[in-house]
Design a protein around this ligand. Structure first.
Ligand SMILES: *Cc1c(COP(=O)(O)O)cnc(C)c1O
Length: 407
């Protein structure tokens, strides 16, 4: 559900939420500010759509498809193609854009981690591909820094490998032996790890062991799409359903040609393979490819300025309420985009964070905010996944709730 490490968020989001994709409801029956009105697929299912004032959380259905992506997927859904041919064509297109030798569209970044590991363990060996997660006799150790163990390392362990934890540069080096299949790096942990991302890329090169970096949520900035190939990583994994605004269940793996070919052999449409459970359809393959293309065309500066304006509007709307203050902040880890935080003096405004969250959740339209410390009188709002004008609704609701509690 919610990203590993955000245990907090898990509880908050799990209380009665709908996890289907909001995108399908857009178009007909739109109400105010991007939230579908009472008529529509979600109303029909009895599931209440929400304003995403949180960010790209899987449990909140991630992001909304860009209109061009939605159109490409619709078009792709109308004709049969050879899936191997489509995979190859789209892989080539993405590889050319990001500056890698090859690429493969996957069913999300987690699927890319499984495929990458399987590629390093099995290569294109048919017997090995059929056998995993039984990895006896194969290179079956993945080395990474202990700080970087995370919820998604299950995607790596699916391949039947043992994760060898290293606590220092020296341990990382000495952990490498002839059973080592791959070195792994979690990009968003760069600033809290005993080795930086470039040091691990260099170590892999020196030791002749393939390296994989998980950069799932690390867009923007757009340069990140190419940066890790240039740094020397053999494989780079991204999510398609976060900042890229491609299909929710998409992502991609890019890197060395032999390893990408091996990754392909370890997944769909090859039925007897570990990653066959992570099939991507023609609609997602085409949609993700379009989303990557668009990421190179989008006006990132204009998007950033729009996010800043949303943050300013929300803060300006609540700051007049006695004892309430606002702050613009950019999270250090992932989602490095402008956010708004509202803080209040609980002695003057009779409101807990949970009261605030519940009031936003129970209101109409329903609003979900970013997970944060439940004990703090502070509410964090992500603006980058909002639809145009959602920030007006969010600002007004926050001011109403604070104003009422302030008496
Ligand atoms: C979101 C995320 C994933 C999983 O990505 P999906 O595209 O949802 O499969 C993996 N790693 C990190 C660091 C993430 O933030």
């Amino acid at each position: 559900m919610v990203d590993g490490g955000h245990r907090l968020s898990r509880r908050g989001f799990l209380s009665g939420l709908g996890v289907a994709s909001v995108s399908a409801g857009l178009g007909a029956g739109m109400g105010m500010a991007g939230v579908p009105s009472a008529r529509g697929v979600y109303a029909d299912l009895g599931v209440r759509p929400l304003i995403n004032a949180a960010g790209t959380y899987t449990a909140l259905s991630g992001s909304l498809l860009l209109p061009e992506v939605r159109a490409a997927m619709d078009e792709a859904s109308r004709a049969y193609v050879s899936l191997p041919e489509l995979h190859e064509a789209c892989g080539n297109r993405i590889a050319a854009l990001v500056g890698a030798e090859a690429a493969l569209v996957t069913a999300g970044c987690a699927a890319a981690l499984t495929l990458a590991t399987a590629a390093c363990v099995c290569g294109e060996d048919e017997d090995a591909i059929r056998r995993v997660p039984d990895t006896e006799g194969l290179k079956n150790e993945v080395v990474f820094l202990k700080e970087q163990r995370f919820g998604y390392d299950h995607a790596i362990r699916n391949v039947g490998v043992k994760i060898v934890e290293a606590e220092s540069k020296a341990e990382m080096r000495s952990a490498i032996n002839d059973r080592t299949a791959m070195l792994f790096y979690l990009n968003n942990a760069n600033d809290r790890s005993p080795m930086t991302r470039d040091e691990v890329a260099a170590l892999g090169k020196q030791a002749g062991v393939p390296t994989l970096i998980d950069a799932a949520a690390d867009l923007p900035p757009a340069q990140n799409l190419s940066a890790y190939h240039e740094m020397g990583y053999d494989l780079v994994a991204f999510s398609g359903g976060k900042g890229l605004r491609g299909p929710q269940c998409s992502g991609f793996l890019a890197g060395r040609k032999d390893l990408i070919q091996a990754a392909y052999a370890n997944g769909s449409p090859n039925s007897n393979s570990v990653a066959r459970i992570a099939k991507v359809g023609k609609e997602e393959i085409v949609g993700l490819t379009r989303a990557v293309e668009l990421y190179f065309e989008r006006d990132h500066e204009a998007e950033w300025n729009e996010w800043e304006a949303r943050v300013r509007h929300i803060l300006a709307t609540v700051e007049d309420i006695p004892s309430v203050s606002g702050e613009r902040f950019v999270p250090e880890i992932a989602n490095a985009v402008p956010h708004a935080a509202i803080e209040w003096d609980p002695n003057r405004v009779a409101l807990t964070r949970q009261d605030f969250v519940n009031a936003l959740r129970d209101g109409e339209p329903r609003i979900e905010v970013r997970p944060s410390d439940p004990g703090e009188p502070r509410l964090e709002i992500g603006v980058w996944m909002m639809e145009p004008n959602d920030h007006w609704v969010v600002a007004t609701r926050c001011a109403e709730i604070l104003g009422t509690a302030a008496g």
